[in-house]
Design a protein around this ligand. Structure first.
Ligand SMILES: Nc1ncnc2c1ncn2[C@@H]1O[C@H](COP(=O)(O)OP(=O)(O)OP(=O)(O)O)[C@@H](O)[C@H]1O
Ligand SMILES: [Mg+2]
Length: 462
């Protein structure tokens, strides 16, 4: 069966016939149909959408570029090859911008046309392959080690798959424990560098001298104690990926040096005078607000722009609560393996209690909670009682003291007001109220409130 359907549209009958004949004989995996009028082609598309359309730009009843819009609406995945007798750069640019696959100038040889068609086929096949992969990710609810079933995470998966092969710098933002390192590893695994090393460097853990020494290495005799030449991490990561973790903690003086490295792709070892070429891809991660840091002069803008060619923003777990059940299951299995136990089932009351918790530590915190439960439980199923008491003692028994009740309500109402005024920002609310974030979470939980939304039975329960 033919796997590609090719349409040829040209106002000259002879040309159409010649091209249909030529391609029918060479493209064994394709069925080729010719049209003289755009309207006929459009009509046929309703029944059988083509994979490839080869169309002249000037047609009797349409302009090829306008026709492209029609084709795109009826056969959105079709690769369109435009032919023109009057090539102009403007037109070529316009056509490509509108999504033409190729722009072929007359006169062209049949060999040229065949090559273009075979390129288009290869493109379509890889596109289909990509779509199938994404479909598989959606069904499995995971990309490698990263679990996610919510639209927010599926979008992240898609971006990872798209930018991984591009070798560009990527900046990963997200609160602590949202999976930034996991995402960086996934980018590496899906890139052309996957057989090379993946090295993570924590920018916050060192002084400037130590950072330079770690990243760039040093020459023998660079300083007392430098008895041998030491290879830096950027050289060791050759043909691989480097994760600059906690990039927001990088001292300003070091940021200048890093910027140079990113611009020139070369380094100097400490004490060295010869520049050395490096070959690694940079991914940076941070849980800090770099935009704000740039405004306040704490982070170099030029470095920021270099790093964030593509930005990946991992949403907090409380904003994608539907990921909690699959994550809890995943972590239960992971922990069981670690402790060499049979994986317990995850009870519905266990998950329900987790669903209302705000998870300031995001997935890492969930992982710890589940791991603790698996470690301590001897049963086949995890229940709410396997959770830490402050998690399942959500509903404190109402006090018998009637007079105390309205006061308590007033407190909660006030907290809620501040919470709302800060745009549901927990750190800000805690700061204004002068209470710790932990206390705030406990109080918010009492009201059954998650970020920005009142959960069911809000007023009633207060
Ligand atoms: N979507 C996820 N699916 C499965 N495991 C996850 C997911 N997100 C995070 N984890 C797990 O949570 C833990 C923390 O993830 P990770 O180290 O990638 O977070 P991070 O964003 O780098 O945190 P930090 O800012 O504190 O460094 C890891 O054990 C990781 O495997
Ligand atoms: Mg991390």
């Amino acid at each position: 069966m033919a796997s590609f359907l090719i349409y040829i549209i040209d106002d000259e009958d002879i040309t159409v016939q010649r091209l249909v004949r030529a391609l029918s004989s060479s493209e064994e995996d394709s069925r080729v149909q010719g049209f003289i009028l755009a309207s006929e082609a459009i009509e046929a598309m309703r029944e059988n959408p083509p994979d490839i359309v080869i169309s002249d730009i000037r047609l009797k009843d349409a302009d090829g570029i306008d026709l492209m819009n029609r084709i795109k609406s009826m056969a959105p995945n079709a690769a369109i090859i435009l032919i023109t007798g009057y090539p102009s750069i403007d037109q070529a640019v316009k056509a490509t911008k509108k999504g033409a696959f190729y722009y072929l100038a007359k006169p062209f040889s049949l060999a040229e046309l065949r090559k273009t068609v075979s390129d288009a086929k290869r493109f379509l096949t890889s596109q289909k392959h990509k779509d199938q992969l994404l479909e598989k990710i959606r069904k499995d609810g995971r990309l490698g080690e990263i679990i996610g079933t919510t639209p927010e995470m599926l979008k992240i998966f898609k971006t990872i798959k798209q930018v991984a092969p591009l070798d560009c710098n990527v900046l990963i933002k997200g609160e602590t424990g949202t999976g930034k390192e996991l995402a960086a590893r996934a980018l590496h695994m899906h890139s052309k560098r996957s057989s090379g090393p993946f090295m993570s460097f924590s920018c916050g853990a060192f002084t400037e001298e130590l950072i330079a020494n770690e990243l760039f290495g040093h020459e023998k005799g660079a300083f007392t104690g430098a008895t041998t030449t030491k290879l830096g991490l950027l050289e060791a990561a050759s043909r691989g990926t480097v994760l600059l973790d906690e990039i927001g903690e990088m001292p300003l003086s070091m940021q200048v040096k890093l910027l140079r490295v990113l611009q020139e792709n070369e380094i100097f070892r400490v004490g060295g005078t010869t520049p050395l070429k490096i070959d690694c891809r940079f991914i940076a991660a941070t849980n800090r607000d770099l935009d704000k840091m740039v405004k306040e002069g704490e982070f170099r803008q030029d470095l920021y722009y270099r790093l964030k060619v593509v930005t990946l923003e991992l949403p907090p777990l409380r904003d994608r609560r539907d990921d909690i059940p699959p994550l809890a299951n995943h972590f239960a299995r992971k922990a069981a393996k670690k402790f060499r136990k049979a994986a317990p089932a995850v009870g519905s009351d266990f998950v329900e209690a987790l669903m209302t918790y705000p998870f300031p530590g995001n997935c890492r915190e969930l992982e710890h909670i589940v791991e603790r439960a698996v470690a301590l439980s001897h049963k086949k199923k995890l229940t709410a009682h396997d959770l830490p008491p402050d998690l399942w003692l959500i509903q404190e028994p109402e006090s018998n003291n009637r007079a105390a009740a309205p006061l308590k309500n007033m407190e909660l109402d006030y907290i809620y007001d501040v919470y709302k005024k800060t745009g549901f920002n927990q750190s800000e609310t805690a700061r204004i109220l002068g209470i710790s974030r932990t206390t705030l979470w406990r109080k918010l939980r009492k009201m059954n409130i998650n970020s920005g939304k009142l959960r069911q039975g809000d007023k009633k329960q207060r």
